[in-house]
Design a protein around this ligand. Sequence first.
Ligand code: ADP
Ligand code: MG
Ligand code: MG
Length: 976
Amino acid sequence: MPFVYDFDHRHRRPPMEMKDLLGGKGANLAEMTSVLRLPVPHGFTISTDACRAYMRAGWPEGLSREVTRARARLERNMGKRLGDAVDPLLVSVRSGAKFSMPGMMDTVLNLGLNNESVEGLAKQTDDERFAYDSYRRFVSMYGRIVLDIPGEEFDRLLDEAKQRTAAATDADIPVGELRSLVDAYKDVVRRHTGKAFPQDPDDQLRGAIEAVFGSWNGPRAIAYRDHEAISHDLGTAVNVQAMVFGNRDDQSGTGVGFTRDPATGAKGAYGDFLVNAQGEDVVAGIRNTEPLSAIEARFPRIYKELLAVFGRLEHHYRDMCDTEFTIEQGKLWMLQTRVGKRTGRAALRMAVEMTKDPGIRLSRAEAVQRVTAEHLEQVLHPQFAGTGYGVLTKGLGASPGAAVGRVYFTADDAAAAAARGEAVILARSETSPEDVHGMLAAHGILTARGGLVSHAAVVARGWGKPAVVGAEHVRIEGRTFSVGATVVGEGDWISIDGTEGDVVLGQVPLAETKPSDEFDTLLGWADFIRKGRLQVRANADTGADADNARRLGAQGIGLCRTEHMFLAEDRLPIVRRMILAESEAQEEAALEELRVAQRSDFVDILRAMDGLPVTVRLLDPPLHEFLPDVGELAIKEATVGLTAEEQRLYRAAKQWQEFNPMLGTRGVRLGVIKPGLYAMQVRALIEAAVDRVLAGGRPVVEIMIPLTVTRAELALARGWVEDAVATTIAAARRDNGLRPGRKLDVLIGTMIETPRAALRADEIAEVADFFSFGTNDLTQMTFGFSRDDVEGRMMSAYLDKGLLEHNPFETVDPGGVGELVRIGVQRGRATKPTLKIGVCGEHGGEPQSILLFFDAGLDYVSCSPFRVPIARLSAAHAVLGADAAAAPAKKAARSRKAGPARKAGPARKAGPARKAGPARKAVATRKRSPARKATGSRTVSGARKAPGLARKASRATTTPRSIKAARPTKAARRGR
Ligand code: ADP
Ligand code: MG
Ligand code: MG
């Protein structure tokens, strides 16, 4: 394969699809040249193959010859030669990787100028000032990028020259001064490199190409790829292109243009323009730009032409494009295009509008794929309105959205202020579980220390609460914090943006968060796509949460944690009485009180979810969580002494204290030693359901036993539950007039949250109507990571060192935990094909994990209410991704029969194949269960065959580092 392709090379496929080889910029330059036939300056692309070869073993054999030939073709096309003393050709040498990395890599302009050709250019253009301006730009760019000379050296000389000549702008510097500036620049080069500035265009070209190759591994580029989860192996292409000059005169200029407004999505061209300017001037912010529409007044004919080009680009790419263009002496040149980045709001609006655009005709499925989870996240959280605010300091954007409030420095102060009705921002050096009540009360959280998996970050994300963490310049002392000389006192207003990590003094107005009509439209389409294939439920513990979840589109509750009801202030004493009971009678009395209390909670929830399934998990956490802290009581005993009641609590707390509560007396184990407990909970629940039936409602109840490890355990618990259900219903028929024919829908199932339960899912399924994977505990137990210990202390080191690709508590680990999920599904359904299976760990709201759960064959995912819209979208993406992966696999099979195999199958488009984890094998051999067949079109095996496409879909829908799964409080987490 050759290393070099001209922009007008006849590729066998549309060049825009060849970004792997040509890079994004090169692929689109070729597309504009050879397919759209737009005015693009001639040039050629050195492929990413060449870059990869260079990175492996230095300058590749044969590359010089190919470049020399391509250069000769370019020179013939242009009728000019590089370095020519009479009429020189100048070129740009531009980087361009597969994924756009704005501003991360390097480009050299005006290459080919030297001491002789600059004179030729001056004569040819009859413009000495222009020639020397181009030369000084070239020497400084080449010096900075290729020769590694600090840019300030050149900038300082330029500023001095401007001052000396009282020039207002670069363009006002007189030619004599430009000449001496070039000499001064060349001196800088000699001083830094010990050599003269290279005069031979061959040397210049080779140097620039190597510098672009090298910039792939520059620190900025590496950091960017880390952040965006782009592979480091892709390499960049290099584009060598004839220069056009926007800095030629007042009939020239340069600009960037979008075919629609990337901020709002509104139709109509949008962008910035500068007259008499070149390249980066527009983005560099040196001169004030004009809006794109200013071109209309100045160059009406060109403006029309530009709009026509924009129209063609949109129709061709079927999306909003961004462009770079230059006008040289009244002629328009297109220098770049690509599908443009956009805000969440714009993404929604464009996706929906493009389905109606006759030139684009986006399908609804395509529209759904155009919107990412990140886009939704943006529109679901408030943002700062506008941009006119000064940033006091920056930290890490740890939990998206913006918040405005008065700052308080302790959890107690924050909670007290919130109780007074104030909007509060809690500022701490870092947070710990003791701060949780203050965090809960706050609108936003700011910490001076800690990273993206610090306690503050993790808890805030779980609640969808804006947070900026690790704001290093913030110094907290007592009830003030300072940033440099600025001191902020308790009660002062500040604003934080947890998306960007900005901290601002005062109250920044927030943009409206009411989702647009397009939001509902698009999610409606997503629901249609995933209908009957993957449902979305919510984890909700109260009627209010359930209402909220339903409003956001939840199709039921996948996890109702009854312990939250126990922790309420008025319930805790009753729970404690139950634990402390010294006789059966005492215990029963306490349980009876709890039953009455729980019953009304259940009524609220069942009402909110009327007609939809509600999965209630029986008590899960270790009992000592309901008792006071042993350490505190010990101190109190030693100092002021304990009351009789406290002494009893102290004894009980010590008795229930465990070395390893995560692995201790919790879940069904608790039921085994306190059998009355589960019976009581079931009674309360069934009574609530009966109430609902009598009120004309339709409760759908699923009772879930936590932490089951063996079949026998579940069989035992199931027995209690069935008994309690039967006696309660019988009592209701007898006492409450429940009609004999009236049936109650009750399923009894279990969580699968230990490796053993997943492995023995076949046996467990014999006594379960449904499974729900508790992937938080499953992750803890599969890795042997105690989440509360590991996340704060070692997770960031593991991520930094690349020991883990993702935090497995946020994105489900495909190789281990994911494999256990697949095994659990497979074995469970082998026993019971109709087994209903879902997931209720926090992974249920995380886009990448949702792809895996769908692929594993789950019926539903369940997540925090506020992540439900994201899960709905991601579920649709999962379905579309699997279908798309299945379709080309079939097509490829057909075309193999029809003719010679194409080299690049669709599956290879997305780049180097993903590492195939062991999960791959298991599923490839998995038989489709009858239940799957019944639901029809699920195409798991197809998805397996084309990992490339599946991956592409996932890239489009997620940005792993910035989308974090929900995570509730420690106590709540414990229970999962
Ligand atoms: P980036 O990827 O950082 O945008 P580019 O390769 O697009 O880098 O180039 C930087 C700037 O130089 C852009 O404004 C681009 O339009 C301009 N530029 C690049 N090549 C040429 C050329 N052949 N003629 C005129 N301007 C050019
Ligand atoms: Mg560019
Ligand atoms: Mg659990």
